[in-house]
Design a protein around this ligand. Structure first.
Ligand code: ARG
Length: 456
């Protein structure tokens, strides 16, 4: 569709029309575009730039366009350059020449900026809800299965015995921060750009505060050039999505490991597990793998958004039209992954006995022995050395710390009673001893659950 061609003598080439159109992607914010136009027309009528009758007619026409779009009676023509042109054309076809007055005191530059911020505000509410759902699912797991013993790892090597609740909370806190990050982004982007026009503002006596209020924005953007040129809010949301995806991906990775036959700590719920086309026995963690894989996609979206803006001179440049595909993808992907993760974590089964027998006398209790020596006044470095020798001896004997007796310990210089030794080598007692703030002791897990439940 060749529009805006008054100063040209030839239409744009078909190839250029196709190349330049963002209509398909814009469709997602068609509703926001019409809302912006209704607010703009209303304000123009109130300040007298348009007569009250004209404004009312424009608003009625725009509402009719919205209804046509919703019912499917109208599908924007993909030959239109963008959603703004398509809606204006439909409006004019419905109400006649008056439709051309809608664009008084605005530009597509501030229009698209407004649509995007409105769209973002809604999706940030969706993200907040989805994050809240996953946090809730994890907290429910902590309450129900939190007191299951497991090995805590560093370097994917057994470190110390912990409660599962401690591990799950370590996944929950980053999600709480993700929520805060999205809320912070929302606070910064909640300013209405409409009325900035191309970049210099307008001589028409508009009331930007009124338009902003009609659209539910907290405030207006302060500089007309910044209003149309800035995309840091788009980058910020994509960055928050990318960070959130890192968290979801780490959680997913653990589900893949935990559900393997080698670890067999969890079994994915049937509704989230998949089969194999050749191996009939398979119960694959595809959902977790897809979350892990999609993190890469969202990082790509963020990279695209950073790169596309970095060399743009002020103010608006057409490069900015490319922002939507990446932003929409980042947000939709993150939302889908949050929801699927919630499903996976709510339906999986945990083998609560998995580690119980295996952890008795396990080398992951070596720190207990060293800590006991340190508590008796031996410098921790020396205690570490001594327990290291004990570990080597147990390994040479082909067993674990269960081989140790008070007598054999004494040979290494570890003075310990039989009761102390039994307590040291009890993995549950070891987990329960760690009562320091944020430690794995059950009391600390409960404290965090309460904190997280009350902060909502
Ligand atoms: N389709 C454009 C976009 O999405 C709208 C703004 C066009 N402005 C312009 N001066 N060409 O960014």
């Amino acid at each position: 569709m060749s529009r805006l061609r008054g100063r040209f003598s030839a239409p744009t080439s078909e190839e250029m029309q196709r190349f330049s159109s963002s209509l398909k992607v814009d469709l997602e914010m068609a509703g926001e575009d019409i809302e912006g136009s209704i607010a703009h027309a209303t304000m123009l009528g109130e300040v007298g730039v348009l007569s009250a009758g004209e404004a009312a007619e424009l608003v009625a026409g725009l509402s009719a366009v919205a209804a046509d779009l919703a019912s499917g009676a109208w599908r924007p023509d993909e030959a239109e350059e963008d959603i703004h042109m398509a809606i204006e054309a439909r409006l004019t076809a419905k109400i006649g020449e008056l439709g051309g007055k809608l664009h008084t005191a605005r530009s597509r530059n501030d229009q698209v900026a407004t649509d995007l911020r409105l769209w973002l505000k809604r999706r940030l509410a969706d993200l907040d809800l989805a994050l809240g759902g996953l946090i809730e699912a994890l907290l429910a797991r902590v309450k129900n299965d939190g007191r299951v013993l497991m090995a805590g790892y560093t370097h994917l090597q057994r470190g110390q015995p912990i409660w599962l609740g401690h591990h799950l909370l370590a996944h929950t806190w980053p999600l709480v921060r993700d929520r805060q990050r999205f809320a912070g982004a929302l606070g910064r982007l909640d300013a209405c750009p409409l009325g900035a026009c191309a970049m210099a503002g307008t001589a028409h006596p508009i009331d930007r505060q009124r338009t902003a209020a009609l659209l539910g924005f907290a405030t207006v953007s302060e500089n007309a050039m910044d209003a149309v040129a800035a995309r840091d809010h788009v980058q910020e949301v994509a960055a928050a999505c990318a960070i959130c995806m890192t968290h979801l991906s780490r959680m997913a990775e653990e589900l893949v490991i935990w559900s393997s036959a080698e670890v067999a700590f969890v079994q994915l719920g049937e509704t989230y597990a998949t089969g194999s086309s050749i191996m009939p026995q398979k119960r694959n963690p595809d959902a977790a793998e897809l979350v892990r894989g999609k993190a890469g996609r969202v990082y790509g979206d963020l990279q695209a958004l950073l790169t596309m803006v970095k060399a743009q001179p002020l103010a608006y440049n057409r490069d900015l039209q490319e922002d939507r595909e990446a932003l929409f993808d980042a947000v939709h992907t993150t939302l889908a992954c949050l929801r699927i993760s919630t499903g996976m974590w709510s339906t999986l089964e945990i083998d609560s006995d998995r580690f119980v027998g295996e952890m008795v006398g396990d080398f992951s209790l070596a720190t207990e022995l060293a800590d006991l020596m340190a508590a008796k006044g031996v410098p921790f470095r020396q205690a570490h050395e001594t327990v290291g020798e004990i570990v080597r001896w147990c390994e040479e004997e082909g067993g674990n710390l269960s081989l140790l007796t008070a007598e054999s310990a004494a040979r290494f210089g570890l003075e310990i009673t039989a009761e102390e030794l039994a307590d040291c080598l009890d993995p549950e007692a070891a987990a329960q001893r760690r009562t320091s703030h944020g430690g794995t002791a059950w009391s600390e897990i409960q404290r965090q659950v309460e904190l997280l439940s009350s902060s909502d």
